[in-house]
Design a binder for this molecule. Structure first.
Ligand code: ADP
Length: 153
C-alpha cells in the first residue's frame, strides 16, 4: 500500500523551513500532499492561488509531491485524500505545545490519524512565514529566507 502524508499549512509564503521539512519527509513516504489551507478568518499576504502556484512551480519535477488547497478541518481533508499521516515541523517549545494540542485533538476525533513531527534543521529554526511577510511588506529582500528556486508571484 502506498504511504501518503499530508503536510498542511498556510505557506504564506513557503519558506526554506518548509522546504527542509518536505525534503526530509520525502524518503519516509511514497507520496506527499502539500495542503494549502484557506481560512476565511485569516488574512493572507499571498492569495491561495499564488501560494499554491509558487509551491507547484518549486516541485514541478518531483512526482511524489502534489499541491492541493483545502478549507475546513485538516482531519476532514486528510480523510478526503485518504491519508492517516499528517506532517508538521517543530521549531521551538511553543511550536511543540501548540502542535501537541492540535495533534491530540485530531487523534481524539480520528484515532487512526497520526501526526509525524520533524524537528527543524537548526539553521532554519528562526525562519517563519510571518517574518518573511513583514520583510516583504516593508520592501526588504526576503530571498535569504526562501528556497533558491522559489519565484515570488
Ligand atoms: P500554519 O498556519 O498551519 O502554522 P505554516 O505555513 O506557518 O502554517 O506552517 C506549516 C508547518 O510548517 C508547521 O508545522 C510549522 O511548524 C512548520 N514550519 C514553519 N516554519 C518552519 C521552519 N522554519 N522549520 C521547520 N518547520 C517549519
Amino acid at each position: 500500500m502506498l504511504k501518503t502524508a499530508l503536510f498542511p499549512g498556510s505557506f504564506d509564503p513557503f519558506t526554506l523551513g518548509h522546504q527542509d521539512i518536505v525534503r526530509r519527509a520525502l524518503p519516509l513516504f511514497d507520496e506527499l500532499i502539500i495542503g494549502v489551507g484557506e481560512n476565511i478568518d485569516k488574512s493572507y499576504l499571498f492569495s491561495l492561488e499564488k501560494r499554491m502556484a509558487m509551491i507547484r512551480n518549486l516541485y514541478v519535477q518531483e512526482p511524489k509531491i502534489s499541491v492541493q488547497s483545502y478549507s475546513g478541518l485538516t482531519i476532514d481533508f486528510a480523510k478526503e485524500v485518504g491519508t492517516d499521516f499528517l506532517l508538521r515541523g517543530i521549531r521551538n517549545p511553543s511550536d511543540f505545545e501548540f502542535e501537541k494540542s492540535i495533534a491530540q485533538a485530531n487523534r481524539q476525533m480520528n484515532p487512526s490519524l497520526d501526526t509525524v513531527f520533524l524537528l527543524t534543521t537548526a539553521r532554519y529554526a528562526y525562519i517563519s512565514s510571518s517574518i518573511v511577510r513583514d520583510v516583504i511588506r516593508h520592501g526588504g529582500n526576503a530571498s535569504v529566507f526562501l528556497p533558491e528556486n522559489l519565484i515570488l508571484l
